[in-house]
Ligand binder design. Sequence first.
Ligand code: NAD
Ligand code: MG
Length: 350
Amino acid sequence: MNIIEVNASRRYDIFVEEGLLNRAGAYCAQVLRGKKVLLLTDETVGALYLNTVKQSLEASGFEVNPYTVAVGEDSKSTATYLQVVSYLAENHFTRSDAIVALGGGVVGDLGGFCAATYLRGIGFVQIPTTLLACVDSSVGGKTAVNLPEGKNLLGSFYQPWLVLCDPTALQTLPSEIYADGMAEVIKYGMIRDRTLFEALERGELTDTEIICRCVAIKRDIVEQDERDTGYRQLLNFGHTVGHAVEKCSDFSISHGSAVAIGMAVLTRALSAMGKTPAEECERLLALLAACGLPTTCDIAPQALYEVALSDKKRANDTLALITVPVIGEGGIETIAVTELARYIEMGAVK
Ligand code: NAD
Ligand code: MG
């Protein structure tokens, strides 16, 4: 069994092992005080795994209330949020009861925010079922729903009681959703772990190994900067340009693909500026391509820059840009926002 201990504002463990879905109840019983749980999932994940987890929880003495939301980002809405917390109230959930979020980042973020706010905080367990949720969204305690004005605008830092990752669940993921998660996996290798990057190049890691190594990296970063005021920005490698790509494409380009393009743009720019060897850049592009991820898009650099700028300009005239001059050694550079144009121009391929 792989156990990754997290020491944030709450101490908790992340367990990673094949078959954990069948044993979820026993693990939850060790950390939850009450016997009542809301088992939150989406329609796709519910059809695949709800019964397994429900039966396991019931076998450990829990009273399980399943709650299924529609698939997709639209469920991270204030409307769904209010429906879930109203359901908790109608069913007399108390502070010792809990939400168990079974699914990808959408269900995890929604469930986490409901748990953080209902009665000022109830128990919360994450059972991530996408690669992205295993390596990224279930680690670090960020929970949120979206507002019409933008993504993740209503949220809270709220660490779970427990995270259970069962890599066998990833076997039912469509390949493009698995690839989305791989963009974040490659990001971890780029910013912090050259040996992880090289093992990915050789394709020699199991999903369990990938998850354990990525979770440990994110854990280390989050423990140093839980509230995202500085060092945690390292995790944003590829994301400033990536978010612009998502927006310019009207979200037809997925987050993972957009982050892949963002990492590629920045690294090509660094290479053109002579700040990173061309060979390092080629290795990133090759690994992204091998994982089924894009490294270019046909959005004009000027359009990307304008959207990225409108995101950043509110704060001040500088921005923290994450660059990786050597694979495994990401750094935070403060640049003038106008300087971002040069990076995008130099790194984009038209
Ligand atoms: P998602 O939850 O929408 O899942 C993607 C798709 O995969 C869905 O259609 C889902 O039904 C399906 N699915 C999930 N598990 C499956 C399985 N095992 N087999 C088959 N299908 C399965 O999306 P996601 O990519 O997991 O997460 C994206 C969300 O995560 C975004 O809302 C993003 O803002 C959020 N996020 C949060 C953090 C954080 O720190 N909290 C970090 C990164 C991303
Ligand atoms: Mg991301």
